[in-house]
Design a binder for this molecule. Sequence first.
Ligand code: NAD
Length: 498
Amino acid sequence: MHTIEHWVDGKPTVLTSTRTAPVFNPATGAQSAEVLLASGADVATAVASARTAFEEWSQSSLTTRSKVLFAFRELVNANVDELAGLITDEHGKVLSDARGEVQRGLEVVEFACGIPHLLKGDYSDQVSTGVDVYSFREPLGVVAGITPFNFPVMVPMWMHPVAVACGNTFVLKPSERDPSGSQLIARLWQEAGLPDGVFTVVNGDKEAVDAILDSPDVAAVSFVGSTPIARYIHERGSANGKRVQALGGAKNHAIVLPDADVDFAAEHLSAAAFGSAGERCMAVSAAVAVGSAGDAVVEAVSAKARGVRVGPGRAQGSEMGPVVTAAAKERIVGLIGSGAEQGATLAVDGRDLMVDGHEDGFWVGPTVIDHVGTSMDVYTEEIFGPVLSVLRVDTVDEAIALINANPYGNGTAIFTASGEAARRFQRGVHVGMIGINVPIPVPMAYYSFGGWKDSLFGDKHMHGAEGVSFYTRAKVITSRWPHVEHPSGASYHFPTNT
Ligand code: NAD
């Protein structure tokens, strides 16, 4: 059995812990590898390596850093297919989707290539006679990223290109369910010329995470995962004096107004609900049909759901793969059943889907549940599977109120032909990322990614200007070079400007 190791000091490394977790191929249901799970002492070793590397890397010039970033960009681009294959084999998503994930991650690398521009400071000449003020930003030190299974390459890439470009060293604790992509990323950083110890991978579970949160040498933690763990990471990391950004789960609603093009909306709803088997934090899991839109939307989206080609991620023509684990499948199937028991209607039921030749894979077919109420488990739980709940309301204002009553606030969308309704929606919803006739409004890398309410703990979103701000802190210099011919006297009152 292949063992996935850590990456410390520029090489694959076995540390002291011999604990492991199984890694599965979700399309076959078979175990494909085991991954080492670090102990607290192992995390200390990894962080110490990153701490040492920080001394030199934080002093490297902006030119050096941007050269490494550009080289890394080329290498990731040249290895898109290999990275996508690793993602598909451990996550299950189809290859085209996995390639798309790498591409969206690359956009953050490209953003970080512009680090000399992004770190330009401010300068105010002659704020007082003979006095200038200027500011610049410095890296924090060792920063850590703790990431979820659903985007094993892209989500870490929301973090490490920006953190490293800012002069930090980065310790990644990827999901133990699909850890292989991180090993290849580490190798590509090294080939790009990044000094050993600047990018470290430590595999593990709660024990490793807790050691990161308690380490005095970790200055900041970026987390993406489910809401209960995000809340915990934020509380424990903050209590230990760290800067923390912790992105949590989601329940993303898409409103369909009666004036929307129903076929367009249904096609996009289907792709947004069932793409990647619904295992996206920006997946649409609740459609809110307004007024007369209801029956037509359910009919059209159900037809699309029945037509989705489900199969192994590597098979030609597959549009949707399996879910990540047997436990995930069991949970999703249970929630679909609860919807029926609690009074909703199963318009399309994917529970019994089977894929020929892959009988042991973790399959759940696209599912549409109609007449869902806000107290049902299918609505209150983040299902994280290929399940679209349809709720019905009478007006756009009712739809906005329904979204705002939900504890999550990651993404939302509206399908309409009315600019007035779209504007009312964008101003009224308490959600971080909003799409107008765009169901998965993931911001470009030069904007920042983040939700509101229980979808984000902390005050900085990922990448873009907020990412640079998160991974740096400001120095403001007030400077005077006394002129021998015009000496400026000191005084005992608080300095004022003249
Ligand atoms: P998860 O919360 O189970 O795991 C995330 C990370 O936390 C993993 O690295 C895991 O090892 C670690 N972890 C798990 N349990 C822990 C514990 N008890 N103590 C300390 N660390 C622990 O999430 P997941 O199942 O891997 O990913 C799916 C979740 O991530 C969904 O809720 C999804 O919405 C969310 N997500 C959110 C975003 C976003 O941008 N808001 C993006 C992607 C995924």
